[in-house]
Design a protein around this ligand. Structure first.
Ligand code: SF4
Length: 368
């Protein structure tokens, strides 16, 4: 087995055009070689610089001497009967995260993680229980796409990306935006920005910052409660950015971008699913250019003290909201037997993830 290049070398995977240009400039190469490397890395998915045939041989060997190209690797996978695949990704810089591939009605969606663990501590989320370990770099975020594409042979066809896995994407703002650029660059992954959705637990200033980006992913806001009393209890971030402040940021986002967004609402029996909750939820949803996704909670026995709202009640809530002129849908979970459904992902302790404890990935955002 070939030995791995030392970690101290620059990892080219995840560098955007400016980073690659800097690297090539320092290597004494013309800037257009950085653009060629960009295409090999992200468009053509060829990670071995010795195969970058439009670069001079001498330059290729300088790259091999001074850099490494590592995107991580899939070290475990589980598949559910509905075709949902959960992959554990051993990250190039250490630690592990999970990525989920869903295929529904012929449409593939990849659910990506943006942090190892999460600092926000939402009560219904196992990732929150892990605590925060570290941010992912841009290459570790887009590497999940490259690996998942290969795993499922998604080819060049369109697919959707949701930033709803482990972590709060807006707490890792710069890396997430750089990853978004790599995914949408025509010479990169070439995805339409409309195919990428970012879900946040409600970091109001970053939602407003996102609105000012020249291009941005679609926005999903994890609401989950209609009063500050309940939301404070479910999502501690609400104490910093209460519902009124969050809604103000949503208004700024809609005004600045001209785009609508999605409210996500995880239904928890006896906590946020009363008739009074639903009436308030309708008022909030109607006051914004927003659609509403109702998310059935995935219980993890012995791990979290919540129960899911019964299926019949979930349907009744959907119908009531629709009758109140709310654009609403239920996002039933997929991948439950592979523990790939929302709230069920877990990074097990293993040799390639020495710091990873048990956790659950997506809860603040659910796959649309
Ligand atoms: S729901 Fe999202 S923001 Fe909240 S703890 Fe879990 S991963 Fe973090």
């Amino acid at each position: 087995m070939p030995s791995r290049p030392p970690r101290s070398r620059t990892n080219l995977y995840g560098l955007g055009r400016p980073g690659l240009r800097r690297f090539f400039e320092e290597a004494g190469a013309a800037p257009y070689h950085a653009d060629q490397a960009f295409r090999w890395l992200y468009r053509l998915d060829r990670l071995d610089p010795s195969a970058w045939t439009d670069l001079p041989l001498a330059l290729r060997s300088r790259i091999l001497d001074g850099a490494r190209v590592e995107e991580g690797s899939i070290d475990d996978r589980a598949e559910a009967a509905d075709g949902t695949v959960k992959c554990r990704i051993a990250l190039a810089e250490g630690d592990a995260v999970e990525t989920v591939l869903l295929v529904q009605s012929g449409r593939a969606t990849l659910c990506l993680s943006t942090q190892v663990g999460c600092a926000l501590g939402c009560r219904f989320c196992l990732t929150g229980r892990m605590g925060f370990l570290r941010n992912l770099g841009p290459g570790e975020i887009v590497g999940q796409v490259a690996l998942a594409k290969r795993e499922r042979a998604l080819g060049d066809g369109p697919f959707n990306v949701v930033l709803m896995g482990m972590g709060e994407p807006l707490r890792n703002y710069d890396a997430v935006i750089e990853a978004f650029r790599l995914l949408t660059d025509p010479e990169g992954f070439g995805l339409s920005h409309r195919r990428i959705t970012l879900s946040t637990a409600g970091l109001a200033p970053e939602i407003e910052r996102l609105a000012r980006e020249p291009r941005r992913p679609r926005l999903a806001v994890s609401l989950n409660a209609t009063t500050d009393g309940i939301r404070d209890r479910l999502m501690p971030i609400n104490r910093r950015f209460p519902i009124a402040r969050l809604r103000e940021a949503c208004r700024v986002f809609a005004r600045e971008t001209g785009d609508g967004f999605t409210f996500e609402y995880v239904l928890l029996a006896g906590v946020n699913d009363s008739d009074a909750d639903i009436a308030r939820l309708a008022r909030i949803a109607r006051a914004h250019p927003a659609k509403l996704n109702l998310i059935p909670f995935n219980p993890v026995p012995g791990q979290l003290d919540f129960r899911p709202t019964a299926r019949e009640r979930t349907i009744e809530i959907r119908d009531r909201l629709a009758a109140m002129d709310v654009r609403v849908a239920i996002r039933w979970s997929r991948g439950t037997e592979a523990r790939a459904a929302c709230g069920q992902l877990a990074v097990e302790r293993g040799p390639s993830s020495p710091r990873a404890g048990r956790g659950s990935a997506p809860a603040h955002g659910r796959r649309p």
